[in-house]
Every structure is written in C-alpha cells, then in structure tokens.
Design a protein around this ligand. Structure first.
Ligand code: DX5
Ligand code: ZN
Length: 237
C-alpha cells in the first residue's frame, strides 16, 4: 500500500501541515482513451496532484464508462493519487477490485447506499480514503450522521452520467453547508460543469477539490489551462 498517495485524502493539507490551495482534480472521462498514457503525462506536467476516475454502470448512472482494467492501467502509468468515483448501484461488490486495481480513494453515493456506515468502514479497512457523494436533488443534511466517517464529500453539480453538462448552482449551498458542518480535515469536492465561469463561485462557497473534465482535457495545453483556471479563481469579475 502506498501511504503517501492515500495520505493525500486524509486532509486538505500538505505533509508539513500547510492548508492546500484549492486542488484541481482532472477527470479522465474527458481524456482521449486511445492516448491515455500521453494524457496522464500531460496532466502531470501541467501540475496535476490527483486524478479523478468516473466509474458508471449504466444503471445508477445512465451511461457506461470504464472499469477495473482501466484503473489498473492508469495505476501502472502514474504515481498520482487516484480518486475513484463509483456511480454504481452496488458499490459493495466493487470496493475490493477497485482498491486492488490501485484506487487510493473510493467514493460511493448516498443515493445508492442510504446507510453507508458499513461501506465507509470497509473502505478504510482496505486502506483507502473514503468519500461520500450527493446528487443535486438530494439534501446535503442526510450526510450529517456520516461526516465523521468520511475523508471526502463530493457535491455533484450535475446528475451523474456525462461530462460537459451545465453546472447546477444547488451545489454551492451544499459546499457552504459542508464548510460549516464537516470537520476541516474532510475534503469538500465538487463535480460537474466546473469551468472558467463557475470555478470561482465553487471556491468561494468552500470547495477545495475541483473535479474538471471538459474544462481541462481536450484543450491544446493543459499547463495553460491550469494557469487560466487558476487566474479565474483569483479574478474579481
Ligand atoms: C459526471 C462525472 C464527472 C464528469 C465531469 O457524471 O462524475 O466527473 O467527468 O465532467 P465535466 O467537468 O466536463 O462536467
Ligand atoms: Zn465524477
């Protein structure tokens, strides 16, 4: 088990204890899968600190993406921490396979597992970070009993299924709620439609882990894109 990779998910701080700047979390869903290695290298060179991998089952989410062999292949290609987002109706069947494939954090949906206590515990026993995701229509307050068991909360700003959807601002109130109610060590992540127009409001609402697919991947220079998006966080308009 690589502890420095899983350590990333234990708290939004550097190994020396400093609070991290909001972290970009590129979603490989928008990558060119024929050139995945090259895509990952380009993201590393742009300064990516973590990668987001979207797993969809065609049931919980109305689309299929990729599964265990692709996570395994990504693991062989990079030492970056892998944040694996399980959009599955039965995540319990896949925790061990994805962990063995190299996932460093496993995020399950509250809509799929209404009492996630046992699975969050199991994820920790597997040595990975544990995340809990919430879809736009679901009240964030339902997560309250489980916050102590989480390393990450993923507020969805689109319905799971596809990249490139429009940002739903309902996620902003949830991020603010998390900033007030979740322990500081819990990552506050946002996923879906995060781009140059929405990134600043996400950060202002409290997001510190920004999942971005189409806002980064598919652009000519990921390094330029990172800089452009960083500037948008800082800009005043
Ligand atoms: C949506 C996925 C997202 C997706 C985001 O179901 O969970 O991670 O890749 O894509 P963008 O950033 O393009 O909205
Ligand atoms: Zn995702």
């Amino acid at each position: 088990m690589n502890t420095s990779r899983t350590q990333f998910f234990r708290a939004p701080t550097t190994p020396s204890g400093a609070v991290r700047q909001p972290v970009f979390n590129p979603s490989l869903l928008a990558a060119d899968f024929a050139c995945l290695k090259r895509e990952i290298r380009a993201l590393e060179q742009a300064g990516a600190e973590v990668l987001h991998l979207d797993i969809m089952d065609g049931h919980f989410a109305p689309n299929l993406s990729f599964g265990v062999p692709v996570v395994e292949a990504v693991r062989k290609t990079t030492d970056l921490p892998l944040d694996v987002h399980l959009m599955l109706s039965n995540p319990e069947d896949f925790l061990v396979p994805f962990r063995k494939a190299g996932a460093d954090c496993l995020t399950i949906h509250i809509e799929a597992v209404p009492d996630p206590t046992r699975l969050l515990d199991e994820i920790h026993k597997l040595g990975a970070g544990a995340g809990l995701a919430v879809n736009p229509p679901t009240d964030i307050v339902v997560l309250e009993p489980y916050l102590e068991l989480c390393d990450l909360v993923l507020t969805m700003s689109v319905m799971p299924g596809f990249g490139g959807q429009k940002f739903n601002p309902v996620a902003l109130d949830k991020l603010s709620w998390l900033r007030k109610n979740a322990p500081d060590r819990v990552w506050r992540s946002v996923d879906g439609g995060v781009n140059e127009s929405t990134i600043r409001s996400c950060v202002e609402a409290g997001a510190n882990l920004l999942v971005m697919g189409t806002a980064i991947l598919g652009h000519p220079s990921y390094r330029d894109r990172f800089e452009f998006l960083r500037d948008k966080i800082a800009s005043r308009q």
